[in-house]
Write a protein that binds this ligand. Structure first.
Ligand SMILES: NC(=O)C1=CN([C@@H]2O[C@H](COP(=O)(O)OP(=O)(O)OC[C@H]3O[C@@H](n4cnc5c(N)ncnc54)[C@H](O)[C@@H]3O)[C@@H](O)[C@H]2O)C=CC1
Ligand SMILES: CCCCCC(=O)/C=C/[C@H]1C=CC(=O)[C@@H]1CCCCCCC(=O)O
Length: 251
């Protein structure tokens, strides 16, 4: 399905990014993983190379907020795989006390990576960018304003880019709470508030469910500017919204 296509997945060493990298590889794509964690990146890429072949996996250690590094990563991806067709802006953090860092990683970095990718995607007839936002972009989390703001911003960025960019599709996915190390150390009991919230939302999503949505947004060429929500109760459902022009008439 995605053979001859090459993807960059940021934050692909674990969690949703790893599930997405694996599904892209299973679908035939070549995958470059950009990640900050040297150890996890190395373990994950070794495993993926064993599973899918060394020539289909590229490991790139970087901080997505380091613009010079990000440009180098795209250049290396193009040099290694011959093209850049797909970008999944997945790397993200939650750190309520570090609001500037949160905005840098969760919003500024995906915007910079998108603008950079657009340069490297010239010549690709299948160019697509998927941003991993969150339901937190809709249901603002009390006490975690930088995370919620970063995700609302990423949704708005996606919608705006989709309406103004020719030749590259932009979509985003908004999962609710998903079982990854972001929620806490694996194997360690979750704190009581988080457990309560997760029970209220109807349980945890699995990263593989999220990656299925991401790959759908990549492979279905009719989808552009889509905001795909994913929750345990409702499953996949698209957010309905008016285009900019339609909105003006309702103001
Ligand atoms: N786990 C959840 O409940 C949900 C997560 N999300 C979003 O999904 C995305 C992935 O999250 P998870 O897999 O849960 O997180 P995770 O913490 O399991 O994985 C994030 C990955 O990003 C990497 N990373 C973090 N900062 C980086 C940086 N500055 N440069 C490069 N790599 C960096 C980490 O090393 C890690 O490998 C994030 O954007 C998150 O906000 C969205 C909805 C729900
Ligand atoms: C309905 C909103 C769904 C939001 C799902 C999401 O994107 C992820 C949520 C986490 C990110 C920010 C948060 O506040 C959520 C929970 C964070 C728990 C952090 C636990 C910290 C730790 O133990 O290390």
């Amino acid at each position: 399905m995605l053979s001859e296509q090459s993807a960059v997945v940021t934050g692909g060493a674990q969690g949703i990014g790893l599930a997405t990298s694996r599904l892209l590889l299973q679908s035939g794509a070549k995958v470059a993983i950009f990640d900050l964690s040297k150890d996890k990146l190395s373990t994950t890429c070794d495993e993926l190379k064993r599973e899918f072949g060394t020539d289909r996996v590229l490991s790139f250690h970087c901080d997505v907020t380091d613009e010079e590094q990000v440009v180098k990563g795209f250049a290396l991806t193009k040099e290694t795989f011959g093209s850049v067709d797909i970008l999944v802006n997945n790397a993200g953090i939650t750190s309520p006390k570090e609001w500037k860092k949160t905005l840098l990683i969760n919003l500024h970095a995906p915007m910079f990576a998108s603008y950079t990718a657009m340069e490297y995607m010239k010549g690709s007839s299948k160019a697509v960018i998927v941003n991993v936002a969150s339901m937190a972009g809709f249901c603002a989390i009390p006490g975690n304003e930088s995370y919620s703001a970063s995700k609302s911003g990423l949704i708005a960025f996606t919608r705006s880019m989709a309406q103004s960019t020719e030749g590259i599709r932009f979509n985003c996915i908004c999962p609710s709470y998903t079982d990854t190390p972001l929620l806490g150390e694996p194997g360690k009991e979750l704190d009581s508030t988080l457990s309560f919230i997760i029970e209220k939302q109807g349980g945890l999503l699995k990263p593989e469910q999220v990656s299925e949505g991401i790959v759908r947004l990549i492979t279905d060429a009719s989808l552009n500017g889509q905001v795909l929500k994913l929750t345990p109760r409702k499953g996949f459902h698209f957010e309905k919204y008016d285009s900019f022009m339609e909105s003006l008439e309702k103001l």
